[in-house]
Design a protein around this ligand. Structure first.
Ligand code: CP3
Length: 350
């Protein structure tokens, strides 16, 4: 791989974030570094604890670069996890192979006592070191993305202590204990903003805010849970890094995406696979660059179903500023050949 540092080489993904359409849309995939890659599984087998992988600059750098070497994506996303923030706020976090993350649940209103009110940046130092290492090794035309979880999405895991199908514990907490909920969200806004600022200082080109559970909140609650926290994070980051580029991904927001892009000053918005293509083209892409939104299941299945789904998305979005991505992460059973098929099809598009 060529060494970075070449200032004159442009990054197509950053051009899209600046509002410029690219003839061939830049492409990256959420969870592009993960279990569908044999080289990831190899490395993962040698580490018991997933967080040890996130906090090893050497291994996290290697995993971040794996999908770039294999597929030549236009962006590398820092290998880490959104749950390093609860961890750096003092909550116990672990990952089980079988059923995902486990946290020491905050539970009711007095659970806030388990938290520090400020991020322990010492615990996150290896993440910042990883960013520096990746940057050194990345080709000059590849964008380096940092990320964080949105406060609402983090709160759902922190309150319940695990993933739940409809995020009932967090939704109940928000109604039942509005004052404590506000304190928790405020802690997470502050922590996330300072985490993203550090990521920019360490060298990322842009960041994505993952609001994976935006889709479960009531329409009336959307402002308090999703819009305002993300808007405050974006404002706080820009106060320190005026040129900061930010992608928002409020998964499941549906028609509320219009409210989201009107109120959250993001540079682009990520769309999940359920979003209507005509709605996105006419009502969203006219306002902001968009990213998405191939169904991860179409990528899993491959063949003609994949080609058709890719073509429909390109026909709908390629006339405006657009970043090709999935509507959510790569599924672990996805064949490598299907990812190759996808990249080839997007790159011959124009
Ligand atoms: O390639 C990338 O996208 C970068 C790395 C990344 C991971 N997690 C690695 C990971 C990113 C950006 C995330 C974000 C993340 N983590 C989100 C938001 C986006 C989304 O996927 O919805 C959420 C909700 C989490 C929390 C989380 N981490 C869950 C629910 C799980 C378990 C489910 C699963 O897919 O395994 C994780 C673990 C995790 N994070 C893995 C990876 C590669 C799998 C760990 C393993 O190897 O066993």
């Amino acid at each position: 791989m060529r060494r970075g540092h070449v200032q004159s080489v442009t990054k197509p993904l950053l051009d899209v974030l600046a509002g410029e359409r690219q003839a061939v849309p830049p492409i990256w995939l959420m969870r592009q570094a993960g279990r569908y890659l044999p080289e990831y599984r190899d490395l993962r087998q040698r580490t018991d604890n997933f967080l040890d992988l996130c906090f090893s600059p050497k291994l996290a750098t290697e995993v971040t670069l794996q999908p770039i070497r294999r597929f030549g994506f236009d962006a590398a996303i820092l290998f880490s996890d959104i749950l390093v923030i609860p961890h750096a706020l003092g909550q116990r976090v672990s990952f089980t192979q079988a059923d995902g993350p486990r946290l020491d649940a905050l539970g009711g209103a007095d659970g806030l006592r388990k938290l520090r009110y400020e991020l322990d940046h010492e615990r996150l130092a290896p993440v910042y070191e990883t960013i520096g290492r990746v940057k050194e090794q990345l080709p000059g035309n590849v964008t380096l993305l940092g990320f964080c979880g949105a406060p609402w999405t983090l709160a759902t895991y922190m309150i319940a202590g695990a993933g739940t199908p409809d995020q009932l514990p967090a939704r109940e907490f928000a109604y039942r204990h509005p004052d404590e909920f506000k304190i928790l969200i405020d802690i997470l806004i502050e922590a996330s903003a300072s985490y993203l600022i550090r990521q920019f200082e360490a060298g990322v080109d842009a960041v994505q805010i993952f609001d994976t559970w935006a889709g479960v909140v009531a329409s009336d609650e959307f402002a308090r849970c999703c819009i305002e926290p993300c808007a405050r994070i974006a404002a706080a980051v820009r106060a320190r890094i005026p040129a900061a580029k930010i992608i928002g991904f409020p998964r499941g927001a549906g028609s509320k995406l219009r409210r989201y892009i009107a109120a959250v000053p993001v540079d682009a918005v990520g769309l999940d696979w359920t979003i209507d293509l005509g709605f996105a083209r006419e009502q969203l892409q006219t306002q902001k660059p968009i990213q998405g939104n191939l169904d991860p299941v179409a990528l899993l299945v491959g063949g003609k179903a994949l080609d058709r789904a890719v073509d429909r998305i390109l026909e709908s979005f390629a006339a405006g500023p657009f970043i090709f991505n999935l509507g959510h992460g790569v599924l672990p059973d996805t064949p490598i050949a299907h990812v190759e098929q996808l990249v080839a099809r997007v790159r011959v598009s124009t």
